[in-house]
Ligand binder design. Structure first.
Ligand code: MG
Length: 412
């Protein structure tokens, strides 16, 4: 059982744990998070416990549940010594002690337990870092079960029929699934019991800490886990974890508004929503003067709090001369996508006396669908006049207004 400690355990002190937090002694519970694996079976260039799901390292989610749990006073993460910097960064702001792991999971847990020797908590929870969807409820129920029995393991009753096969894969028997469970973590123990059980099990490879305790003769009760409390092992698990993390993350709907005007000038057509419309005049402007797409760009930038179109595409820059304005919209949509945003709908109003736009609605709407990826039902497109009042009424120019709503992570 080797493995140097990355921190020295502090001397025992009444009412003071290794980091000065209360929580040693009778009634106290520590958590040992096993994060020492280096496997990259789940894909990516870092071990799975440091991979990001929903934008956050797996370890941070896992550690956060225990650090925030009212029954848990001390959290120890057992890590591979080569991953110290990675682990500290991944764990984030939670108060965590880091301990070097050993050659096997069992040795790593034992190193974590030894670190707690001076603190001497009454209970200890052992949990896999790669199970980030553990909940406070699962932790609490596991600990309660350990208080009632000698030890407890979270798990899920077997729902599938279980078959045993011979070496050729042919079924030899069907195992009655009643009272069969799939064991997960957390697993909860009286600290001194688990220490003694680990010492007795040294040199024997056992599958989990419940098995270590069983081998030492302690009664282990099962307590309710959940299907979401699965262990990230393969790449598909990481993808599933990312989907769950994103679904759990709070999101908000934001609204953006844009307004644009271009003056009529010489020409034989105008461009609106990316559609060329024949007319006795053209629109003046640095780009193709597509006021509708400029208003839409500003609405998107507005929803993102990202300034306006002039800041992103200065009209002093010759590269935008005559440019098709769909590129401005694509740029703003790219910013939304980078923020993990989703465009929900858009509503455009174009204000002019002429040309009459109704004959062009279908083409304009198809163009907006293609540009934004929205279905027709999420695109509003309207034209109005100002009853011959003002600059639009006098035919001096054309105005466009756009409103968009975006679904965004609530990270502010
Ligand atoms: Mg403009």
């Amino acid at each position: 059982m080797s493995g140097s400690m990355t921190e020295e355990p502090k001397p025992a002190a009444t009412g003071g744990g290794p980091g000065g937090e209360p929580g040693g002694g009778v009634g106290a519970c520590a958590a040992v998070i096993v994060a020492a694996g280096r496997g990259v079976r789940a894909g990516g260039d870092v071990p799975k416990q440091y991979a990001r799901i929903g934008g956050e390292p797996v370890l941070r989610r896992t550690v956060g549940v225990f650090a925030a749990h009212p029954a848990v006073s001390t959290v120890v993460a057992v890590i591979h010594p080569d991953d110290a910097a990675l682990a500290r960064q991944a764990a984030g702001p939670a108060r965590v002690h880091f301990v070097d792991g050993g050659a096997s999971r069992q040795e790593s847990v034992y190193n974590g337990l030894k670190f707690l020797d001076n603190l001497d908590p009454e209970f200890v929870l052992v949990h896999d870092a790669a199970r980030p969807f553990v909940t406070a409820d699962i932790v609490g129920k596991c600990l309660d079960a350990a208080r009632r029995h000698a030890a407890a393991a979270a798990g899920v009753p077997m729902a599938d029929t279980v078959k045993r096969t011979d070496e050729a894969g042919v079924v030899t028997d069907t195992i009655a699934r009643d009272r069969l469970w799939r064991a997960q973590t957390p697993q909860a123990f009286r600290y001194r019991d688990l220490m003694a059980a680990h010492e007795a099990a040294a040199g024997r490879a056992l599958t989990d800490d419940a098995a270590v305790a069983e081998a030492a003769g302690f009664a282990v009760a099962m307590s309710p886990g959940s299907e979401d409390n699965f262990k990230i092992t393969a790449a598909e698990d990481l993808a599933r974890a990312d989907r769950i993390a994103r679904a759990l993350a709070p999101r908000v709907t934001v609204v953006g508004h844009g307004f644009d005007v271009h003056a009529f000038g010489p020409g034989d057509h105008i461009v609106l929503c990316g559609v060329r419309i024949g007319h006795s005049r053209g629109l003046e402007g640095h780009s193709d003067a597509d006021a509708a797409l400029h208003a839409l760009t500003d609405a998107l930038l507005g929803a993102l709090g990202e300034g306006d179109i002039g800041q992103h595409f200065p009209d002093s820059d010759p590269q935008w001369r005559g440019a098709a304005s769909d590129r401005f919209v694509r740029h703003a949509l790219g910013l939304a996508a980078a923020a993990d945003g989703r465009l929900i709908n858009l509503d455009l109003t174009i204000v002019c006396e002429r040309p009459k736009l109704q004959p062009h609605y279908d083409a304009m709407k198809r163009s907006l669908c293609a540009l934004t990826g929205l279905p027709p039902a999420r695109i509003g497109l309207k034209a109005t006049t100002t009853e011959k009042l003002g600059f639009t009424g006098r035919g001096e120019g054309l105005a466009a207004q756009a409103v968009v709503s975006l679904d965004l992570p609530d990270t502010v």
